[in-house]
Design a binder for this molecule. Sequence first.
Ligand code: ARG
Length: 291
Amino acid sequence: MNESAHILLVAPMHYEVRYTINPWMQPERWLQDAAGLHGQARRSFDALAAALRAAGCRLTVIEGAPGLPDMVFPANAGVVLDGRLLLARFRHAERRGEEVPFARAFEQLREAGILHEVATLPDGVFQEGAGDCLWDATRGHFWAGWGPRSSRSAVDAVADYFGQTVVPLELVTERSYHLDVCFCPLAGGEILYYPPALSAASLDSLRQRVPAEWRIEATEDDLAHFSVNAVSVGREVVMSRTTDRLRGVLTERGYRVREVDLSPFMLSGGGAFCMTLRLDRRSTAVQPPVS
Ligand code: ARG
């Protein structure tokens, strides 16, 4: 049985890689073959949409805006729960221009009855949306990354707005600049994560909350394949082309892994999860796993 996930995507017509705000970004590689990569991005996007549909998701696709190439990563545009959306505030000037077009798009979703409230963060707080604030449907709380992009104070802002527990996780490397690069709560209750991305205190707090048999450690190779940046819906997991190792681990646990070639988006430091924003998340938790 699948939860019927409703996912927002942003079409890649304005996508390109032309600045560097995370260590994965390769504008020089993009420039070598901009036209070819643009076509490839279009095909990768279509393949991602097809995989998500095949996994049972309902999709809403909006258009991006010229000059704002990273709008293809709507996970960073807001945090959504129970039809309420908290708009992101971006750390880097390169992405700040996305705030207005995204706010407009969310307002339209509100008028369409898909969202029922759109709210703004307190002044001075950076928070880069669901990319840094992942809802754990099994345990009924958010996990929030802070450090490279989102402020530590965003943890309280999200908790205040949603009235939910938010567990902070400090990101200590630039490669895992957003939590969704290195951390993924799977729909079956496991947490897939890359330990070196988190501070010692954050690893402790994760390990206190999630027993060992529910933790799946990703390797550096899995991280470099953007495999932790996965969309998990029911028993389906959609991700960029992964490693034999991780495919084996997930299959063994009863997941069906659907892989998509997302290499044009990896040149911007993104994978499957950050190209999506789930609009249907509800705060009712399913049964926490028993150890
Ligand atoms: N180039 C984008 C940035 O650095 C990629 C964002 C990917 N999003 C994510 N949630 N990991 O902001």
